[in-house]
Design a protein around this ligand. Structure first.
Ligand SMILES: C[S@@+](CC[C@H](N)C(=O)[O-])C[C@H]1O[C@@H](n2cnc3c(N)ncnc32)[C@H](O)[C@@H]1O
Length: 247
């Protein structure tokens, strides 16, 4: 099984529980929707990548009518979206956002909330999505930045090990991926009763696949890291918002 298949399976399994623990994603979706709706294109041909259960979708589609293609790599997430918002006017289908099977220069708008951090190669994925945009088309995407999960990474490092958190890019690195893009960083901090609750929240939303090649920590080491994190514990997420208009 490839890492991509494992990511899709993990989100498929989590499709029924995702909404119970998606507070971070909801906050990010609200801010992203406001940014997109501040300059909405008229009747766009639009794509959403990594829709999940529709956290961003339901905020945008009723306010931004157009021809929407709403996609995710995990079919069960799309089924969950369909059940949650049965009246949304969109073509719903599974698609790997890193390899969009859409014609070049066919879209006016691409949006995505907290899905691109799962791409194997963010730069190449964004470039391929960019090819699907028409000139003057806009891509507005949130992803995780380098400073995300710092407290967990520090707790694991303090006991002499490395966390399985992928090496997310800095804002400067994302800016360099699409010349002319604006990339803003915003930190959201979530508080959990203890480390067990934090790790359970990741499982509940399906965010379980570690960095490529990472060997999970043996249980006794994991327990030490959880104790090191303390209780209650705060975990910060650096949300990078990329906003790019194609020249
Ligand atoms: C953290 S959830 C975010 C879902 C939704 N956008 C939201 O705001 O609640 C990440 C979503 O990205 C999807 N995903 C991961 N890798 C993907 C890829 N390569 N292409 C498309 N979707 C992907 C997952 O299946 C999952 O539904």
């Amino acid at each position: 099984m490839t890492r991509r298949d494992r990511i899709a399976s993990s989100f498929n399994r989590a499709s029924a529980t995702y909404n119970d623990a998606a507070q971070l994603q909801t906050l990010a979706a609200q801010a992203l929707a406001a940014q997109i709706l501040s300059a909405p294109p008229h009747n766009p041909r639009a794509l959403e990548v990594g829709c999940g259960t529709g956290g961003l979708t339901h905020l945008l589609l009723p306010r931004l009518p157009g021809h929407w293609i709403v996609t995710d790599i995990a079919p069960a997430m799309i089924d969950s979206l369909r059940q949650r918002f049965p009246t949304l006017d969109a073509q719903l289908r599974s698609m790997d956002g890193e390899a969009p099977d859409l014609p070049p220069e066919s879209l006016d708008l691409i949006v995505s909330n907290l899905a691109a951090q799962w791409f194997e190669d963010l730069s190449a994925g964004l470039a391929r999505l960019g090819h699907c945009l028409k000139s003057q088309g806009r891509m507005v995407v949130t992803t995780l930045g380098r400073a995300s999960l710092e407290q967990w990474k520090n707790a694991v490092a303090a006991i002499g090990h490395q966390a399985g958190t992928p090496a997310y890019p800095t804002a400067e690195e994302v800016r360099a991926m699409l010349p002319g893009a604006s990339v803003t960083a915003n930190t959201l901090t979530m508080t959990y009763g203890n480390a067990g609750e934090f790790l359970k929240s990741l499982r509940t939303i399906g965010a379980t696949v570690p960095a490529k090649g990472y060997q999970p920590l043996p249980t006794p080491i994991l327990r030490q890291a959880m104790t090191q994190l303390g209780a209650p514990c705060s975990i910060s997420y650096e949300i990078l918002t990329l906003d790019w208009t194609k020249p």
